[in-house]
Design a protein around this ligand. Structure first.
Ligand code: AMP
Ligand code: MG
Length: 410
């Protein structure tokens, strides 16, 4: 048997082959989760015009010098200004105008009195306080000045960032698109969840898991579903799917079984190589590029836990690199293991675990068994304990490296 390739060497080969996708001009709603590829400047100031911060009355402050709760000042109300009003009536001395939040402040007014400091009158209003100069008036440009860069290239576009882009009047941005990931499960034993199995058949869980893991990593993922262990059908699917894929992820068929067609078919395509990587689970790994656009393809092992760990260790960082976001990797923390660990020599082990903070101590314990078909325990893990290739046993109570899958209670 040949030497095992290290996890780091395999990851390096992958990250050398993938890079950020070419930037495109997209609508704001499609840019969600993408990385901005231009600086966004405000074409004008925000607020763009003086407007009221309160529902109340636009007044001339000098008219209200003597206003108090005991001796309110009464002013005739000469108009109403709603938000969206384009030509508000001006205010002259001794008069006022009722005004709504966001409505333009009329010419002549130098303060807004909130309705709470009045009797709320419509024809005339009794005002019980003297406002500060400029009270409750939002000034032009107090938020953003014309020409300000409100977001710089490289920013991750979440809800707040895209809301800001909309607020400065833009409907589109130049961003790096999400990688389109096509997920294919291979195996003649697989059937669609929700249908009946015959003896020897199982439900395809990998394509669901990998599609959603790719989405969680920020990609646009398509679940193509099941392809039987038949070289022709696999080739046909790949050819069809390459049209829309930035990345292809397959599972199954990469070990040394007689019907491991993924290995058989892909070894002949593009730059794909199959390696025995020094990790557990997930030793057999295929990676390379295929098709006219040199599309990266990951051929992951079929056992669900192997597929999942392979995704975490290799595919997720690659997708993040394509998105142009950092960090590429999940957080790695140190924690005290409550269970002793046993790990094969020469393989970096990723063990499903539960990480939590107890009385100020970050601790971790194994969940479920070590078999890579044990998807039941995968669903209860929030972390993976990483044991180095050269370590074979770790006593309980030792500090270990832990890859954090979710932040829930860690
Ligand atoms: P393979 O890598 O094709 O040899 O598959 C290894 C193991 O994983 C076998 O027990 C398969 O039945 C199982 N397996 C392969 N693909 C899937 C899948 N999509 N969903 C669930 N189990 C699978
Ligand atoms: Mg198989």
């Amino acid at each position: 048997m040949s030497e095992l390739k290290t996890v780091d060497a395999h990851l390096e080969d992958i990250l050398t082959a993938v890079g950020p996708l070419a930037e495109i001009d997209v609508h704001l709603l499609e840019a969600h989760g993408c990385v901005l590829a231009e600086d966004i400047r405000a074409p004008g100031p925000l607020p763009g015009f003086e407007n009221s911060a309160m529902d109340g009355y636009a007044v001339i402050r000098a008219d209200l010098e003597t206003a108090s709760a005991d001796q309110p000042v009464r002013l005739p109300v000469v108009g109403d200004i709603a938000a969206g009003a384009s030509s508000p009536p001006a205010v002259s001395p001794g008069l006022c105008v009722r005004i709504m939040t966001g409505a333009p402040v009329p010419h002549g007014a130098d303060a807004v009195v909130p309705v709470e400091h009045t009797d709320g009158g419509i024809a005339t209003v009794a005002i019980t306080r003297t406002p500060e100069p400029g009270a409750h008036i939002r000034r032009v440009g107090e938020d953003v000045a014309a020409g300000d860069v409100v977001l710089t290239a490289g920013r991750h576009l979440g809800a707040a960032q895209l809301g800001l882009v909309a607020a400065v009047g833009r409907s589109r941005v130049v961003a790096r698109p999400r990688p389109r990931v096509v997920v294919v499960s291979t195996g003649s034993e697989l059937v669609e969840p929700g249908t009946l199995t015959r003896p020897g058949q199982i439900w395809d869980s990998n394509s669901v898991l990998l599609t959603l893991a790719a989405r969680e990593a920020g990609a646009l993922a398509f679940r193509v579903g099941i392809v039987p262990d038949d070289p022709r059908q696999l080739l046909d699917i790949l050819e069809d799917q390459l049209i829309r894929a930035d990345v292809v992820v397959t599972s199954g068929g990469v070990s040394v079984g007689a019907y491991d067609v993924v290995k058989e078919v892909l070894s002949r395509l593009g730059t794909v190589r199959f390696d025995r990587v020094g990790m557990q689970p997930g030793m057999p790994q295929g990676f390379g590029t295929i098709g006219p656009d040199a599309t990266p393809i990951f051929a992951l092992p079929g056992n669900p836990v192997s597929a999942f760990v392979s995704f975490e260790v290799f595919v997720r960082p690659a997708l993040r690199a394509m998105l142009g976001v950092s960090p590429l990797h999940r957080p790695l923390v140190r924690a005290v293991t409550r269970d002793p660990l046993h790990s094969p020599l020469g393989k970096r082990q990723y063990a499903r675990a539960w990480l939590e903070n107890r009385d100020g101590v970050t601790e971790v314990r194994l969940v479920g068994g070590s078999g890579s078909h044990l998807i039941g325990s995968l669903a209860t893990a929030n972390a993976l304990i990483v044991t180095p290739a050269e370590t074979t046993s770790v006593p309980a109570g030792s500090e270990v490296d832990v890859l954090v899958l979710e932040r829930r209670s860690a």
